[in-house]
Design a protein around this ligand. Structure first.
Ligand code: SF4
Length: 286
């Protein structure tokens, strides 16, 4: 089974959501791009072109160029293959004709990139950029990930992942994260080179949160990843029924695209939001 750390994090948070996510028909029908997702994707697209030494040699790496790449990505230009069409469709779904909301979102994205050029080393030539990597894992699995950036650091490598959400502390990342741990395992085993630092770059606050992925931390995370894979296999082996891949109602239910399919999540979110799950208490005025 090929698994990505982000989907394993989804399983850890809610097995039902994980199961919906891997069903292409359900996903196509219910997963809607959000504004945050669209902005994050465009920022990633822009940074990918910005650090591609063929397209943007170091002397050309300015804020203006980066913003132009952002504008291109937003409009579905300068992207290869299906990504251009995807971006145009996502933009239509997220903003429709609401130019004012779109302008505000664009300004927020530009602000993130302004923070980025002010605080980051722009002269980096990445070892790999926005590439998929994978390794055999635990005897019968494949652990895979699309890694934003791998940089060289002498004889070692560094993992960099961009985040456009709210920043976390290093302690929170060490505790909760599976992504950086999985990437560190993948890279060190695939290239046979140690990882000296793994970092999340929180672009809203221009904050880099990183640390050396020490062997004890990696071993604990590897055990957690394998434990999640075992639990997924155990769920897969169960007969179909409501007990398979059970829902875990949680504070993220309010933003879950599958709420319509999930009575438990709807009920939980309604309680959190203080409104009845089905309809309102107020009688219709007729
Ligand atoms: S609504 Fe909540 S419980 Fe239901 S699938 Fe989504 S995250 Fe899970």
């Amino acid at each position: 089974m090929k698994s990505f750390p982000t989907s394993l994090e989804t399983f850890r948070n809610c097995p039902r959501k994980f199961d919906f996510d891997r069903n292409p028909d359900i996903k196509r029908r219910y997963r809607k791009p959000s504004q945050a997702m669209f902005v994050g994707t465009c920022v990633h697209d822009a940074l990918e072109r910005f650090f591609d030494p063929q397209e943007t040699p170091v002397p050309r790496r300015t804020h203006e160029v980066l913003v132009q790449y952002l504008r291109d990505a937003w409009a579905g230009k300068g992207l290869r293959g299906r990504r251009a069409l995807q971006r145009r469709e996502e933009r239509r779904q997220v903003f429709g004709d609401d130019r004012e909301t779109e302008r505000a979102a664009g300004e927020r994205a530009k602000h993130m990139l302004w923070g980025f050029v002010r605080t980051q080393d722009l002269s980096v030539t990445p070892y790999t950029l926005e590439l998929f990597h994978e390794i055999p894992f635990g005897g019968r699995h494949v652990l895979a990930g699309k890694i934003d950036r791998i940089d060289r650091d002498g004889e070692t490598l560094r993992v960099v992942d961009y985040k456009t959400g709210k920043a976390k502390t290093a302690a929170m990342v060490r505790e909760e994260d599976l992504q950086l741990a999985a990437y560190s395992l993948i890279i060190s085993r695939k290239f046979g080179v140690p990882v000296s630092r793994c970092s999340l770059l929180f672009l809203q606050e221009s904050v880099e949160v990183g640390f050396e992925p020490d062997p004890a931390w990696l071993a604990a995370k590897e055990e957690e990843l394998l434990g999640l894979l075992d639990r997924i296999e155990a769920e897969d082996a169960l007969p179909d029924g409501p007990g398979k891949f059970p829902p875990t109602p949680n504070p993220l239910c309010s933003w879950c695209d599958y709420r319509e399919l999930c009575p438990e999540g709807r009920e939980f979110a309604a309680r959190e939001e203080g409104v009845p799950a089905d309809g309102t208490d107020e009688a219709p005025p007729f």
